[in-house]
Design a protein around this ligand. Structure first.
Ligand code: FES
Length: 343
């Protein structure tokens, strides 16, 4: 089998290199050398691992055109989880060097402690890590995710964590049930005491230290989950930066974690919250309309300091917020986002 040299230039002009065989995708090859590049779904559907090939030949496996439109493919953009080299490659990544982690991804076993329905179509899953030689602590950064192996198969699904690092080893997830989805099907009959294999933490959608810039969090559906983790971290650390949360859903019965958000507001009184329903009932007293419209109203009112935007939701939501933010003069560097995935 032929091996090729892969070189990635980051946005801040640093360089990372590794070796990849013709049969391996770039993301997996980097991981084998303990180089963790930004990624999420690992199946060509989220767009988190996008980069641009500037030299060399490659084969692109099956990708979603939502994650990588045909015009982007034509200019050399690739999804690294679906890219197989056919020569030495040079790529440009759309992120800085400090978004890359250099470590082995931990794999652990965890026990199901609780599975409950918390809103229409959404379940809360609480896992507890089994103690190993590292102990039983759950250590991760607010906003990161874990991959959970679907019982009885090799498939893994990525889910964001809603809680924060803790000594108990607790990992809290809120998962949207997808009809026929592999992990959703398992969740329908999951039992307390089941053991699951998990891998992580992973992901670079985490809080940035940007001085006193306000933080605005925008989440659609279970896109709220990593934002909840970030807000809980701010609450635990007593971070009094100006902050806003925009949480969008279609119907009121799809909203979840309302009590948890109120508890965060008790600790972060500066946090302004807008619950946005695109199909509200007559009695709905908060924002009536899409989360993007709510954000547009607030971004267009004069702001003395530009906020950092943390966005998590569907591809449509992320794209809509990105276009809106850029049209309102927010620089790229103010935007952090993660797309919500079906599973
Ligand atoms: S990680 Fe490659 S497209 Fe999602």
């Amino acid at each position: 089998m032929t091996n090729y040299d892969i070189t990635i230039h980051t946005r801040d002009r640093q360089r990372v290199s590794f070796v990849c065989s013709e049969a391996e995708d770039l993301l997996s090859a980097a991981e084998r050398e303990n180089i963790l590049l930004p990624s999420q779904c690992r199946k060509g559907t989220c767009g988190a691992c996008v980069a641009t090939v500037t030299a060399g030949a490659y084969r692109l496996g099956e990708v979603s055109t939502e994650a990588l439109p045909e015009n982007a493919q034509a200019r050399g953009d690739v999804l690294m989880c679906r890219t197989y080299p056919q020569a030495d490659l040079i790529l440009e990544a759309p992120y800085d060097y400090d978004y890359i982690r250099f470590e082995r991804i931990p794999e652990r076993e965890a026990e199901v402690i609780e599975v409950t329905m918390v809103a229409t179509g959404t379940r809360r899953l609480l896992l507890r890590l089994q103690p190993d030689e590292q102990g039983g602590t759950a250590e991760f950064e607010a906003g990161q995710f874990m991959e959970i192996q679907v019982p009885g198969s090799d498939a893994r699904r990525a889910y964001s964590l809603a809680n924060n690092t803790n000594w108990n080893g607790d990992l809290e997830f809120f998962i949207t049930l997808r009809p026929g989805g592999a992990f959703s099907t398992y969740l329908e009959s999951a039992l307390v005491g089941d053991r699951l294999n998990i891998r992580g933490p992973l992901g670079t959608f985490t809080l940035r230290e940007n001085g006193l810039r306000p933080r605005w969090f925008v989440g659609g559906g279970t896109g709220l989950v990593p934002l909840l983790s970030m807000l809980r971290r701010m609450a635990d650390w007593g971070e009094m930066l100006p902050a806003r949360l925009y949480f969008g859903a279609r119907y009121e019965d799809e909203l979840f974690c309302q009590e948890e958000i109120r508890q965060i507001q008790d600790k972060l009184p500066q946090l302004q919250v807008k619950m946005c329903l695109s199909r509200p009932g007559n009695q709905w007293a908060d924002y009536r309309g899409s989360v993007i419209n709510a954000l547009r109203d607030d971004l267009s009112s004069s702001l003395s300091v530009l906020p950092d935007l943390y966005v998590c939701g569907s591809t449509r939501l992320v794209q809509g917020v990105t276009e809106l933010a850029l049209s309102q003069g927010l620089p790229d560097s103010c935007l952090q986002f993660e797309r919500f995935l079906s599973a």
